[in-house]
Ligand binder design. Structure first.
Ligand code: ZN
Length: 237
């Protein structure tokens, strides 16, 4: 069998020291719009694309799953939009037919680890192996000429993990977080905050998960229509 760790350059055996932990920063809160200083802390990661074009990059994390991912696909199709799905390897294994649908409809696929693990709480070697396991699953059905995409679950990745992984992956963060996962957030406020934080080239995070489903069903079609009417297009990364 192919050694995918080696294949992706992800043999982290030289990284045996535990990663730095940022213990004081517990993400109970979050920003709809990513602050500039956070972007500056992690140079070399992608936070947004060109500000010169009216193009937006929607991303959907944590799928693929039946019903919710299929709902997202339908909405994207209706609005002539392409997007990027950051998939959890375990979900791909459980729902290969949904994964196949995402690919067939021309969207991009990114790696979101096999088990949705937190980089701050995982040893470097184990973290990279989990990512390689997910990439192996992705590569069985999806071909990409560009570098593979990776997004750390919870956005939690140590600077050292990022330094290593960015040699092999384009690490995609975001400049707009919809907050669709926040079940305490009013749907209309979620929509307003997401729209007002979005501008040319924004990378926007939504979730194709059961937790986010209710908010997503309210916000996504309105978000797509709002920017469609204003001449924006939606591209895959
Ligand atoms: Zn996630």
């Amino acid at each position: 069998m192919k050694n995918y760790n080696k294949y992706r350059g992800l043999s982290c055996y030289n990284l045996l020291i535990r990663p730095h932990r940022i213990k004081t920063w517990n993400l109970k809160m979050y920003w709809h719009k990513t602050p500039y200083w956070l972007k500056a802390l992690y140079p070399g990661l992608s936070w947004h694309k060109s500000r010169n074009r009216k193009t937006l990059y929607l991303t959907f994390d944590d799928g693929p799953i039946p019903i919710v991912t299929e709902y997202v696909l339908e909405q994207l199709h209706q609005h002539d939009a392409k997007a990027t799905f950051f998939c959890v390897g375990d979900n791909i294994a459980k729902h290969p037919h949904v994964f196949q649908k995402v690919i067939e409809q021309g969207h991009s696929i990114g790696n979101h680890t096999f088990n949705h693990i937190n980089g701050w709480q995982t040893e470097d070697e184990m973290y990279c192996q989990n990512i390689a396991q997910c990439q192996k699953r992705i590569d069985q059905s999806y071909q990409r000429n560009l570098r593979p995409l990776f997004r750390p679950p919870y956005g939690k990745i140590t600077r050292r993990q990022a330094r290593h992984l960015k040699k092999y992956y384009e690490i995609i963060m975001w400049d707009v977080l919809s907050g669709d996962f926040d079940t305490d957030l009013d749907h209309e406020i979620c929509l307003e905050k997401t729209i007002s934080a979005t501008r040319n080239g924004s990378i926007v995070v939504f979730h194709d998960s059961f937790k986010a489903e209710k908010t997503l069903r309210y916000c996504l079609p309105k978000f797509l229509s709002y920017f469609n009417e204003r001449g924006y297009s939606f591209d895959a990364l």
